[in-house]
Design a protein around this ligand. Structure first.
Ligand code: IMP
Length: 445
């Protein structure tokens, strides 16, 4: 697992930030490959915690080189704001934080457009994070986009004008005001000058580091079911958040990737609109939300909550080729008398364990549950799998069996040190000395 991909196996918010933070001692570099500042990773350091939306959470570890890859959409204002926040916490990123020259610019007009479109959709809105992500990817795909490398030295000025005109036309149609092209050009000049020391051909950088024997962690944002191709379209984000996105989003080829670690929450959440078969709309859902603190890191919105859905997780296992799973937030289930786990869907008169592709089928899916006894005992702070209550061990084993991949890490609290590491459960590719470093870090050595 020298070059490891971290993927969310549900609809995002699986707790990727904590796991990335835990694993950083085993890596030399971290790269994000898709999305923008729609992500929200909460990372705790001692008593303080940070919400990072943009910059990989690995930046908190001084040995880590950090890359924002070409597959991202790049909002310079949000980036600089986050840098200032990091500086305020004494984090020095100088010389180790790099932005791809091929990442696409996300302009204030993209954000305006995201809001105007959502308003125009009315009841059919997606429930986006209102960060301009969809419109920015759209300009990229329609080949009107401007890339980060092009605002350095003003080489992209004429294309910027064309882009601003185009965005302005659409905004005007939606009764929103047109952006000021001159003001935007001036803004881009300022951004370009500030960004220049950090902008690189990051595909060259990453491949060069791998040539030199460095280990890279690829940090996915959002989750598999939010992937624009494999997710619950159209209630998805606009990028490929699955493992396939790593190669296109960084320029690192498939054969250089060594393993995939899937992050799976012990229950399911979703923020924004769209289908969610195992959703609980009763007091059990409210309980999971309160106990699991399920409120968006980026937007503060309450997350919808439900039981663990292994139809979803098995699908993610297949799409991403998950070698090992980090099961997070097990402690949130500590007080339940009984716990349900979705094993299949009934759609009309057929039962299936395959995740359907159309909204109609997903909406018609009746989750089929297996009910297991709860453990009714605190699990936070337990570091050995064998010390978990028997019912909790059985829950983990049942999830492994249903999802079809071993669970190598079990997280029982937001704190990095409270994670069970199950050597042997698919984590073998994390070579033993590197895994030792993770365990030593967990134990505060
Ligand atoms: P967008 O990415 O802002 O366009 O939002 C599209 C959908 O993805 C919405 O349902 C958002 O709530 C969801 N989404 C985007 N980023 C995240 C995330 O980091 N966690 C969870 N949901 C997200």
């Amino acid at each position: 697992m020298a070059n490891t991909v971290i993927i969310g196996m549900q609809w995002g918010d699986e707790g990727k930030g904590k796991i990335v933070d835990l694993l950083c001692p085993a890596f030399d570099a971290v790269a994000r490959y898709q999305g923008g500042n729609n992500a929200g990773h909460t990372v705790r350091f001692g008593d303080s915690h940070f919400a990072l939306h943009f910059i990989p959470s690995g930046v908190l570890h001084p040995q880590m080189r950090c890359v924002l890859g070409n597959g991202m959409v790049f909002n310079p204002d949000a980036f600089f704001e986050e840098l200032e926040g990091l500086a305020g916490h004494g984090i020095d990123w100088t010389g180790r934080l790099f932005v791809s020259d091929r990442a696409h610019l996300l302009l204030p007009a993209h954000i305006e457009l995201d809001g105007a479109r959502e308003r125009a959709r009315g009841a059919d809105r997606i429930g986006t994070t209102a960060r301009g992500i969809g419109p920015a990817y759209e300009t990229k795909i329609s080949r009107f986009g401007v890339r980060v490398g092009e605002i350095i030295g003003g080489s992209g000025d004429s294309r910027l004008d064309a882009l601003v005109r185009r965005l302005g036309d659409e905004l005007a149609q939606l009764d929103a005001s047109r952006p000021d092209a001159d003001a935007l050009t001036a803004l881009c000049r300022g951004w370009g000058a500030r960004l220049e020391p950090m902008v690189r051909d990051t595909a060259q950088l990453l491949n060069g580091w791998i040539d030199d024997g460095l280990a890279v962690l690829f940090e996915g944002a959002q989750g598999t079911l939010l992937d624009v191709d494999h997710g619950t379209y159209p209630y998805v984000t606009s990028s490929n958040s699955t493992a396939g996105g790593v190669c296109t989003g960084t320029g690192v080829p498939p054969k250089r990737l060594s393993g995939v670690l899937g992050i799976l929450k012990a229950y399911t959440t979703r923020v924004g609109r769209g289908p969610f078969p195992a959703e609980l709309t009763d007091e059990r859902g409210d309980f999971l939300r309160e106990r699991g603190n399920e409120f968006g890191t980026t937007t503060g919105r309450p997350r919808r909550c439900g039981w663990l859905d292994t139809v979803v997780a098995r699908y993610s296992q297949m799409i991403n080729g998950v070698d090992s799973i980090a099961l997070t937030k097990l402690d949130v289930l500590d007080t339940f008398e009984e716990i349900k786990i979705c094993t299949a869907y009934r759609i009309g008169d057929r039962e299936t364990t395959e995740f359907p592709s159309t909204l109609e089928e997903i909406a018609a899916a009746e989750p089929q549950y297996e009910t297991v006894p709860g453990w009714k005992a605190p699990t936070d702070g337990i570091l050995e799998f064998d010390d978990l209550p028997a019912e909790a061990r059985d829950y983990v084993r049942l999830a492994e069996e249903l999802v079809g991949a071993p669970i190598g890490l079990v997280s029982t609290s937001p704190r990095r040190e409270e994670t069970i590491v199950r050597t042997g459960a698919g984590l073998e590719p994390l070579t033993s000395d590197r895994l030792d470093r993770v365990i030593a870090r967990r134990d505060g050595e």
